[in-house]
Design a protein around this ligand. Structure first.
Ligand SMILES: C[S@@+](CC[C@H](N)C(=O)[O-])C[C@H]1O[C@@H](n2cnc3c(N)ncnc32)[C@H](O)[C@@H]1O
Length: 224
């Protein structure tokens, strides 16, 4: 089978969270590799690849044509989900952007608050802001994992709307649904701990949260 995505990489993590046979929308598709791999493997029958910028969209179109998939992967210029209708999407992937931008894209499309949709989100930075928004806006995190890709840790999650908002403190927003005894998750959380420790220099209220996270990580290390 032709593989385009790095096995066990950041986008492979997202690919594994999609549902077989779903109508996939990839927001910020850039090169288009994610829908290409999913269609080539037969996991999904078709996809809509969107980007806000014409140049990346052209590069996606070229790659899609190179793999002979132009009939089943359509492209569209769209700022977030602005040009996408609810009926076109089962699974929505937003990967490779900052957590705050992903949050803003979702906030601007109230139709994602539909329990039949699955959101597959891969924030590059500020993942805690995204997790907090999801919990406080009635989404549940079905699954969250981490990957180590080209020397860096990343996280990706799958979420769906339940309509039951939950309070979310800083530590919950950082850990989300990651399993703290999982080695990759722990690697990612150590990266988050570093960020927190850098931020706490300017904000003493973060000291306690950083200490709690350190304790959780050291407890789990003892048990693993
Ligand atoms: C770093 S690339 C990520 C590409 C791919 N999703 C990945 O994870 O490898 C980010 C892409 O998102 C696009 N983008 C940025 N803001 C966007 C928005 N508001 N709506 C749609 N696409 C956006 C950029 O043009 C760029 O092609």
């Amino acid at each position: 089978m032709t593989r385009i995505l790095r096995p066990y990489g950041r986008l492979s993590l997202c690919a594994g969270m999609t549902r077989r046979g779903s109508r996939l929308v990839d927001i910020g598709t850039d090169h288009g590799y994610l829908p290409i791999e999913l269609c080539l493997s037969g996991r999904i029958p078709s996809a809509l690849a969107c980007d806000i910028n014409p140049l990346p969209l052209r590069s996606a179109e070229e790659n899609i044509a190179r793999f002979g998939l132009s009939d089943i992967i359509k492209t569209r210029l769209s700022d977030g989900l602005a040009e996408v209708a609810s009926e076109e999407a089962d699974d929505i992937v937003i990967a490779g952007m900052g957590g705050e931008l992903i949050r803003d894209i979702l906030s601007a499309a109230p139709w994602v608050k539909d329990g039949s949709k699955r959101l597959i989100l891969q924030p590059m930075t500020r993942h805690a802001e995204l997790t907090k928004w999801l919990y406080e806006n009635g989404f549940e995190i079905l699954r969250q994992d981490a990957a180590f890709d080209e020397g860096k840790y990343y996280t990706a999650l799958a979420a769906r709307y339940t309509g039951e908002p939950k309070d979310c403190d800083l530590l919950t927003s950082i850990i989300g649904a990651l399993e703290t005894e999982n080695e990759l998750a722990r690697g990612f959380l150590h990266r988050s701990l570093n960020d927190l420790e850098n931020r706490r220099k300017g904000d003493p209220s973060l000291i306690c949260e950083a200490e709690k996270l350190k304790e959780i990580l050291s407890e789990d290390q003892k048990h693993s």
